[in-house]
Write a protein that binds this ligand. Structure first.
Ligand code: ADP
Ligand code: ZN
Ligand code: ZN
Length: 680
């Protein structure tokens, strides 16, 4: 008689359990499946791919309720136990079913009903000869601080969380590369394969880093993983990592769930960056998962930043993380820029630019140097309004304004995507003189063109770089010196090593000073330090002028700006951390946020009230349900309930039973839980 087994399979469903399927030995499925293998199974009326988690002799279900497995992808080596454990941890920690975390973490083509593209990719990879010559190409000589940092990383054994705290331009990348070189070389000597995972926050930073890494390690297979890859490429790269062929894996946050059987070192560049936090679906922190992964595998992890997140800084202060410091810029004679404030009450801006900033731009144009203007608001104007009756362009579906986009003559809601033509006249009173209020990058660009008609001006934001490849092309032309004035959103503020830039102008940063979100000032400070750090990265010429950062503000007395002027992250962090401790805010308390969405706000609030009182909660602070700041998006009303605890285990234990309770609660409200929320 043919052998049969029951496979426990994890599927991408909201049901928090595994599903039983029968495997029967047959010519199509000759070998016994193993945990970590992918299997195609019938589910309802569909077929879907799941992950085998266990193999048992029998099922608790009656035999006629157990369906047969349709296929097992035995051509693919099983997902290793460490990968299963990572997804298991993420599922537990973020309070989701295992299948809902693990299955979507795989590339889409792996989950396809047909295995043709998998087979093709595997065949192609089997044919490529994989070089593992770790010898690096020529590298610059590290300065003393860099060398100490690189040695500490490469010498670290076991779980070693290291904060690489280095000012902007201090050459953190070079430290990563040379530490990586040593890890690869030692592994080659010991004939034990090593993989290194490097995470970067922004997809636009991957080409530059990828190029550096490829040049440095001509004999090593490198794979990138980010959302900009086509599905086929994504699967091939993922397979290169999973099969152990790729030795350096470079990616954005989603790369943290790659299968890396020989992982020996993790590097998280710009670890403070908000984009490590996934803000929809499974709201995970790639940085936190990276630390867990390093701990699980007992390997070193490097968290690099000039402005570490307060969580990380706190760990470094308390000694849990070891701090490595780079206090100077790496390029000889490159110095941090001089930061100055321009009081907008005294120097009133026209077209958004103060006369001081215009003069500074003019000077750079005369000297043939580049300038960067940073304004974190895309579009032409955030709203248009009627002076006669007070009408403003609100989105009919959201608690938000419709933003004016001038190049395509549209009003667009940045939250729900609603688009309209610009009305010719006021919809309420017929006034034809509608005025744009405030300014975004497009409007600043327009103003600049009028002031400097001969300057080569380039705007880089989400609108100007929508088509694939345009962002990279734009950055390359900046690097080649084909741009005089660059204007952009946070896209241009991070990480880029612009060599010709000697002036940074910051427009309109004040709004974040008075935000209700206590993290807004941490983010603003980091952003200003980062964008300032784009200036003055090349050696200053003999007798030349230092590069400058000019911040236009109405609040020149604000202590946050004083800290930016002093490049004083440490004092800023220590003061704010003290405030947070006194106020009982993270990282001194642990939080989770239950969100509810409904057609009517009252229904969402009532659900949250019910959730708040549905069980005992000793050791847990249960706050009142409140409408979210952005209450309505796409005609859905949103409310939230914050729960807190001084103990992470207590919060985790509570959440687990709470979720079990909520899952069986009858409600038409759509709800979701976020652990360690960053925007409240
Ligand atoms: P960070 O990431 O710390 O802001 P980067 O890694 O971008 O800084 O390095 C800044 C610049 O310094 C880069 O152009 C890099 O090539 C250069 N650099 C780094 N290390 C050295 C070194 N030891 N000698 C000379 N130049 C260096
Ligand atoms: Zn009107
Ligand atoms: Zn909208």
């Amino acid at each position: 008689m043919a052998t049969t087994r029951i496979l426990k399979i994890a599927l991408d469903t909201p049901l928090d359990r595994y599903f039983d399927y029968r495997w029967t030995e047959s010519p199509e499925m000759p070998s016994l499946p193993a945990p970590g293998q992918l299997a195609l199974v019938p589910f309802g009326r569909r077929s879907i791919v799941g992950i085998v988690v266990a193999i048992e002799d029998s099922s608790d279900l009656p035999a006629d309720k157990v369906k047969d497995v349709l296929a097992v992808r035995t051509q693919l080596p099983p997902l290793p136990p460490q990968w299963m454990a990572l997804c298991g941890f993420a599922a537990d920690y973020y309070q989701r079913p295992f299948g809902e975390v693990a299955v979507p973490a795989l590339p889409k083509n792996l989950r396809a009903l047909q295995s043709t593209s998998l087979d093709r990719a595997l065949k192609k990879l089997a044919k490529t000869t994989v070089l593992h010559d770790p010898a690096p190409a020529d590298a610059p000589v590290l300065n003393e601080a860099q060398r100490q940092a690189a040695d500490t990383i490469a010498d670290a054994r076991g779980f070693a969380p290291l904060l690489l705290y280095g000012v902007t331009g201090s050459g953190k990348t070079e430290v990563y590369l040379q530490a990586a070189a040593r890890v690869l070389q030692e592994s080659a000597q010991q004939q034990a394969p090593a993989q290194i995972l490097i995470l970067v926050p922004e997809i636009n930073l991957t080409p530059q880093l990828e190029q550096n890494v490829r040049q440095r390690f001509p004999g090593v297979a490198i794979a990138t993983l980010h959302s900009g890859l086509a599905e086929g490429e994504r699967m091939t790269n993922w397979l290169m990592a999973h099969l152990g062929q790729a030795r350096i894996i470079l990616g954005t946050r989603l790369a943290i769930t790659a299968s890396l059987p020989h992982l020996k070192l993790i590097i998280v560049d710009e670890e403070h960056d908000p984009s490590y936090k996934q803000q929809e679906g499974l709201r995970y922190s790639a940085r936190d998962l990276a630390v867990w992964r390093a701990h699980q595998l007992a390997i070193p992890i490097v968290l690099g930043s000039a402005t570490p997140s307060f969580e990380t800084w706190q760990h470094a202060q308390s000694g849990r993380y070891r701090r490595l410091e780079l206090r100077e810029r790496a390029v000889k004679d490159a110095v941090l820029p001089k930061v100055k404030l321009i009081d907008m009450e005294r120097d009133k801006p026209s077209a958004g630019l103060t006369s001081n900033l215009i003069s500074a731009l003019k000077l750079r144009l005369e000297r043939g140097e580049q300038s960067l203007l940073f304004l974190n608001r895309r579009g032409y104007a955030p709203v248009i309004a009627c002076d006669a009756c007070g009408w403003v362009s609100s989105c009919s579906r959201c608690t938000a304004f419709m933003v004016l986009h001038k190049p395509d003559q549209r009003l667009r809601c940045h939250h729900c995507g609603l688009e309209q033509r610009i009305p010719r006249a006021c919809p309420t009173c017929g006034n034809i003189d509608l005025q744009p209020l405030g300014r975004g990058t497009q409007r600043v660009e327009e103003g600049l063109q009028q002031i400097f008609p001969d300057a080569r001006i380039m705007r880089i934001d989400a609108d100007s770089t929508r088509r694939k490849g345009t962002a990279q092309a734009a950055f390359e032309s900046v690097h080649r010196g084909e741009v005089d004035i660059l204007i952009g959103t946070q896209m241009v503020a991070k990480g880029h090593d612009f060599r010709h830039l000697t002036l940074v102008g910051v427009l309109n940063p004040d709004t974040a000073l008075f935000s209700q979100d206590y993290r807004a000032s941490e983010r603003l400070f980091a952003q200003l330090m980062q964008v300032s750090g784009r200036a003055g990265r090349a050696a200053r010429k003999e007798g030349g002028n230092p590069s400058e950062v000019l911040i236009q503000t109405r609040y020149p007395q604000h202590p946050l700006y004083a800290a930016v002027m002093g490049h004083d992250y440490e004092r800023f962090a220590d003061v704010l951390l003290q405030e947070r401790q006194q106020a009982g805010l993270p990282p001194f308390i642990y939080q989770a946020l239950l969100r509810a969405e409904a057609r009517e706000l009252q229904i969402a609030i009532e659900f949250l009230q019910q959730a708040a009182t549905c069980m005992e909660h000793p050791g847990i602070i249960m706050n009142d349900p409140i409408p979210m700041t952005m209450t309505r998006i796409a005609n859905v009303e949103r409310a939230q309930l914050l729960v807190e605890s001084h103990s992470r285990p207590a919060l985790q234990a509570f959440l687990k039973s709470w979720m079990a309770e909520l899952r069986v609660m009858k409600t038409r409200v759509k709800w979701s839980l976020e652990v360690d929320p960053v925007e409240i």
